[in-house]
Design a protein around this ligand. Structure first.
Ligand code: COI
Length: 365
């Protein structure tokens, strides 16, 4: 379905080039935002309309807007990469678009068609392409992180799906998600909290899932850890995922295991890509249940040789240890060669340094 064109309302006060250059030197993650944002409005009566790219800035929301009370909200995370010839590309946006529709269905929000989703990224990049950083080297994972999101904006306190919704895309130049770059992170094993339960919203990318992870994330930080790992809610036994990333386990016989999707785990685009790229590395990927005991025993016996986290923001980051109330599971000492190889394969593809045999890249500018 062809999408409506995005009207342009250029910013009257764009960031000065010297300030933007300083920001792009050291953007961190999620701290700075570009000059524009994309917006499309939905009402029950008119459907999707008002496609626009306009100056980035605060939203005006009625204090009774449904999102502020009942959390009817979903979002996505996807990156724009600058290639050596200056062109700008994104990675498997149809996967994000499809997940966004799945999340919308779970949160009783209207579905945005995939073409409009991809076009909204393109329309924003057309204005803000100078914000896409140029990597300084092959190890540099800088990009422009794009954050599409949808909120229930109807002024109404009754509990029912909102009849008015707004979709936006904002963009933020990004370096590595973790301060230590690809240095192994410590992970806290939450025993007090669960992230998702069967029949709940675990598979949806909705703000509520992340809000529910924050108390556990605070515990993680209090214990010197960068992320929190959750076990399943029913049996408190099966490894699910981290607060904002999926997990992989490398076995010494070449198996690469990740928890199976059962409705409580976010279907990560990076997770899916790693499962495919693993075969090119001669690994045998497996999606199955993996228990916390298997992690304990595998790390102790040396069967598990590496553990890594992955996500759009985190790319692929090795896990150094899992810290619990009264235990510490150290991942085997080592250089995490498999995580590093998969990470390089993924980044080479995303930055156009390797041939895109699967047609995963989509040009934005
Ligand atoms: C992403 O990886 O894009 C996410 O949304 C996760 C969050 C930790 C930034």
């Amino acid at each position: 379905m062809p999408t409506a064109p995005f009207d342009l309302l250029p910013s009257a006060d764009p960031t000065a080039e010297t300030i933007r250059a300083d920001i792009l030197e050291n953007p961190g993650f999620g701290r700075y935002f570009t000059d524009h944002m994309a917006h499309v409005r939905w009402t029950n009566a008119a459907g999707w309309h008002g496609h626009q790219v306009r100056p980035y800035g605060p939203l005006t929301l009625d204090p009774a807007a449904a999102v502020l009370h009942y959390g009817q909200e979903i979002f996505e995370g996807i990156k724009a990469y600058r290639h050596a010839d200056g062109s700008v590309w994104t990675f498997r946006p149809e996967k994000n678009a499809e997940r966004f529709r799945r999340s919308a269905r779970r949160l009783a929000l209207p579905e945005l068609d995939d073409e409009t989703f991809v076009e909204s990224l393109r329309a924003l990049i057309a204005q803000d392409r100078n914000w896409v950083p140029t990597p300084a080297s092959e190890a540099d994972e800088c990009s422009l992180y794009l954050r599409p999101f949808m909120i229930a904006s109807e002024k109404f306190l009754g509990v029912r799906p909102s009849q008015e919704v707004d979709y936006y895309v904002i963009a933020s130049p990004a370096a590595a998600y973790f301060k230590g770059g690809i240095a192994p992170v410590s992970i806290w094993l939450s025993s007090n909290y669960k992230r998702a339960a069967p029949g709940g919203t675990g598979y949806a990318k909705c703000g509520g899932n992340y809000a529910a992870s924050l108390a556990a994330q605070k515990e993680a930080e209090a214990h010197g850890c960068g992320q929190v790992a959750f076990l399943d809610a029913a049996e408190n036994k099966w490894i699910e995922e981290l607060g904002g990333m999926n997990l992989f386990f490398v076995y010494k016989d070449g198996r690469l295991v990740t928890p199976k999707l059962t409705g409580t785990i976010l279907e990560g685009v990076t997770r899916d890509s790693v499962l495919e790229l693993a075969r090119d590395e001669g690994l045998s990927p497996e999606e199955r249940h993996i228990s916390i005991d298997e992690w304990r025993e595998g790390a102790a016996s040396g069967e598990i040789t590496e553990v890594f986290a992955c996500g759009t923001a985190a790319v692929i980051t090795p896990v150094g240890e899992l810290v619990g109330e009264d235990e510490r599971i150290r991942c085997p000492e080592g250089d995490n060669p498999i995580a590093k190889r998969l990470r390089k394969r993924l980044l080479d593809l995303q930055y156009g340094r390797a041939e895109d045999t699967r047609g995963w890249l989509v040009q934005l500018a």
